[in-house]
Design a protein around this ligand. Structure first.
Ligand code: SAH
Length: 277
C-alpha cells in the first residue's frame, strides 16, 4: 500500500527470525520403500521421493524405486549388507542431521518398512535429539510382500491364528524357541539365510515336528523372486542346493502347505503382474 517504512520493518523482523521459525528449515522423512516391486510404494512415499533434495538409501532399495526421485536429487547409498562394510549408524544419523540443517528436504529411504528391523526408531530418536523435524511413511515389509507374491497367506483360519516376525541375525540374543515352535502359528525369520540350519534345528529341538512346512523366499516381489518349499528337516539342505540368494526370508508354519495351490503368480492368475511372471 505504499508504506515503505512499514514494509521494511516487516521484512527486517522476518529476516531476524531463525530459519526454522519461518518453516523453511530442512526436514527428514523416513520412508519405507517396500520389498522390491516399485509399484508397492505408497502414494505418500512416491510424493516424498519426488520432493526430496537428498536421498540416503539402503542397498536393499531397488533401482526402480530410486528412479522415482528427481533427476537433480543427491542420492547417497549408505547400504548395509551382511559381511560387507557399511556406513556406521552414527555417521548416517550425523549426515541426516547435517543435510536437514542446510534446509534440505531429506528422505531416508529404507527397504520394506522403516520400523521393522530397519533401525527407524534409532534414527528418529537421533533426529528428535538434534531438534530436526522428522516424519515416518510406512512401507510394505518384506514378509507381507514376499508372502503375498509367493501365495502363502500368513494367517489362515484353519492353519495359523497369529504370525511372528523375528530376526535371526547372529548378533542378537537367541529368540524364545519354545514359543516359536508352537503349532497354529506362522513365524517369519528376517536375516536368517546364514543361520537356516541352526533355526530349523532349534525349532525341532524345542518341539516343532520335523515335517512342519517351511519356505525360503528370496528376492521377494522382484521379477527374480525364488520360492523353495520344504520341511523343517529338509529346508537347510534344499536352500544349500540352490545356493545363497539374498535377500531371503524363512517362513515356517502349516500355511506354507497352501503354496502349491495358491501360487497365483505361476498358476495363471498373475497376468496383471507380467513384469514379475
Ligand atoms: N525393513 C526391512 C527389513 C530389513 S532387514 C523390511 O521391513 O522388510 C533385511 C532382511 O529383510 C533381509 O535379510 C531379508 O531377510 C529381508 N528382506 C528384505 N527384502 C526382502 C525381499 N525382497 N525378499 C526376501 N527377504 C527380504
Amino acid at each position: 500500500d505504499g508504506d515503505r517504512r512499514g514494509a521494511t520493518a516487516v521484512a527486517q523482523r522476518l529476516l531476524s527470525r531463525p530459519a526454522h521459525a519461518l518453516g523453511c528449515a530442512g526436514e527428514v522423512v523416513l520412508v519405507g520403500a517396500g520389498p522390491g516391486d516399485p509399484e508397492l510404494l505408497t502414494l505418500k512415499a512416491l510424493r516424498a521421493l519426488q520432493d526430496a533434495d537428498v536421498i540416503l538409501h539402503d542397498r536393499l532399495v531397488s533401482n526402480g524405486v530410486l528412479e522415482f526421485a528427481r533427476r537433480d536429487a543427491v542420492k547417497i547409498c549408505v547400504g548395509k549388507s551382511s559381511g560387507r562394510a557399511s556406513t556406521p549408524q552414527d555417521s548416517i544419523n550425523a549426515a541426516l542431521i547435517a543435510h536437514a540443517r542446510q534446509g534440505k528436504r531429506v528422505v531416508r529411504l529404507k527397504g520394506g518398512d522403516p520400523f521393522v528391523f530397519g533401525r527407524g526408531g534409532e534414527e528418529l530418536e537421533a533426529l528428535a535429539h538434534a531438534g530436526v523435524r522428522a516424519s515416518v511413511i510406512p512401507g510394505i515389509t518384506a514378509a507381507l510382500g514376499a508372502a503375498a507374491y509367493a501365495g502363502i497367506p500368513l494367517t489362515h483360519r484353519s492353519h495359523a491364528h497369529g504370525v511372528t516376525f523375528v530376526t535371526a541375525h547372529d548378533g542378537g540374543a537367541e529368540p524364545d524357541w519354545r514359543t516359536l515352535a508352537l503349532p497354529g502359528h506362522t513365524v517369519v525369520f528376517y536375516m536368517g539365510l546364514a543361520r537356516i540350519e541352526h533355526i530349523a534345528a532349534s525349532l525341532i529341538a524345542h518341539g516343532a515336528p520335523p515335517a512342519r512346512p517351511a519356505a525360503l523366499i528370496a528376492q521377494g516381489t522382484a521379477p527374480t523372486q525364488r520360492v523353495i518349499t520344504a520341511t523343517l528337516r529338509t529346508i537347510a539342505a534344499e536352500s544349500a542346493r540352490v545356493g545363497p540368494i539374498s535377500p531371503a526370508l524363512l517362513l515356517v508354519g502349516d500355511v506354507v502347505s497352501l503354496q502349491s495351490k495358491l501360487d497365483w503368480l505361476h498358476n495363471g492368475a498373475g497376468a496383471a503382474l507380467s513384469a514379475s511372471a
